[in-house]
Design a protein around this ligand. Structure first.
Ligand SMILES: [Zn+2]
Length: 148
């Protein structure tokens, strides 16, 4: 499965990749050599708008388009496994399903009253549930993956 190293300017692209459960780290601020070294060391494809950097091998040059257009291009080229709600959109760590009791202090009372399924990031501890925004996220993911 392809892993990615995304330019800091491409926050929306990184967020959507993570929401689909795809291993996506941000490239550090630094020169191209340093970014290439990390990408090679960790076996990641670099995703960037930097034309100079994109001349190197293993780099995807992002056209000037919104993330929802860029993602299908990436998915059509690279081998990935799409598993929504498996990775934290904030820190890229793996998210695991947890018992409602384990997170009830971190979830608004209004949510606890109707929602029984929760996930927690193993890295930063962020708690997730499939709230009202989740249908929108899934609809966007379905749109982006429909024609691959
Ligand atoms: Zn996290």
């Amino acid at each position: 499965m392809t892993r990615f190293l995304v330019d800091r300017m491409l926050g929306q692209t990184a967020k959507w990749l993570r929401l689909m459960g795809i291993d996506t780290e941000y490239a550090p601020e630094g020169d191209d050599e340093e970014i290439l070294k990390i990408a090679r060391g960790e076996g990641r494809v670099i995703v960037t708008r930097d034309k100079e950097l994109a001349r190197k091998e293993g780099v995807f040059l992002v056209p000037k388009e919104p993330a929802t257009k860029v993602i299908p291009r990436i998915l059509s080229i690279y081998q990935v496994e799409i598993r929504p709600m498996s990775r934290c959109s904030k820190c890229n760590s793996v998210v695991e399903e947890v018992d409602k009791k384990a997170v009830d202090k971190h979830v608004p009372q209004g949510v606890l009253s109707w929602c029984d399924d929760y996930w927690r990031c193993t890295g930063c501890g962020q708690v997730y549930w499939k709230g009202t925004h989740w249908d929108k996220i899934m609809a966007t993911i379905e749109e982006m993956t429909a024609h691959i």
